[in-house]
Write a new protein. Sequence first.
Length: 299
Amino acid sequence: MLQGSFKNLWVYGQEKVSANTPVVANDDFAGTFKMTPTEINVTKNDYGIGSGIRGIEITVPPIHGTAAITEHNTILYKPENYFIGSDSFVYRICNTSGYCGAAKVFVNVDDYDFVPVAHNDTVISYQIKNLTIDVLNNDEYLYDLPISIDIITNFNNSTATVDNDFRIVPNINRYSAEGDSLLYRVCDKEGDCDQAWLFLSLDQDVEQVFFIPEGFSPNGDGINDTFTIPDFQDVANMVIYIYDRTGVLLYEDQQFNNNWDGYANTGSYKGKRLESGAYYYLIQVDGIGDFKGFIYLSR
């Protein structure tokens, strides 16, 4: 039977375990790259913890990042976004006997030449107007600022632009947006680039509501001088007929360019400027349908 005191006991390959062993914490040095967390084993060079670790805490946090204790008694350091340079923090470690020690951790965050990785996007739109698409949301390694984005191949049946927030802004032609696509390119400050496709379609339940103005004033002031329908701005195949109150055809255009100036082009009024008043239209838009209504012409 074993007898005697177990106040001091040597464990092979470890430090001497003692109920009265003070904790000696030593400074640590670590390195990582921009935007890259690193896990630091701060206990590997500390002494007096052979009997067990009661706890570790951050007493002075880093200035340019965050430090968190893990379940493995390591410290996970995350540099703040895009930070490059030196950072540091202080931790305190205590053993199960209640002794504690503190040490400082120095972290060097180096730059790294990240290369953007762009991924394809598939969007089903449930709206027509004010649509913006964040194609960069699923792209990776966009860390070397500033980032730029441009459209390499635009939509086949409509157009799109890039706004100041690097979002794609489609100008959807409601009659042809389904199944359309564009190719965009994203680049970083080092000139590293990648490309991806945006596939855009309209949900079949999207309500197609068109705004057709009820008046225009062809008086030569440069403001609202033509009968123009913004929602049909890029329509390629559109026919228009303009009638007076009695049903007499005054204007027709089999390839309407969305810019009637208030002059008649057929019948006894051909070439004449029409007077102020209400006129009636029939507009036939290929792939959408027919639209009937009135337009008030004001001189």
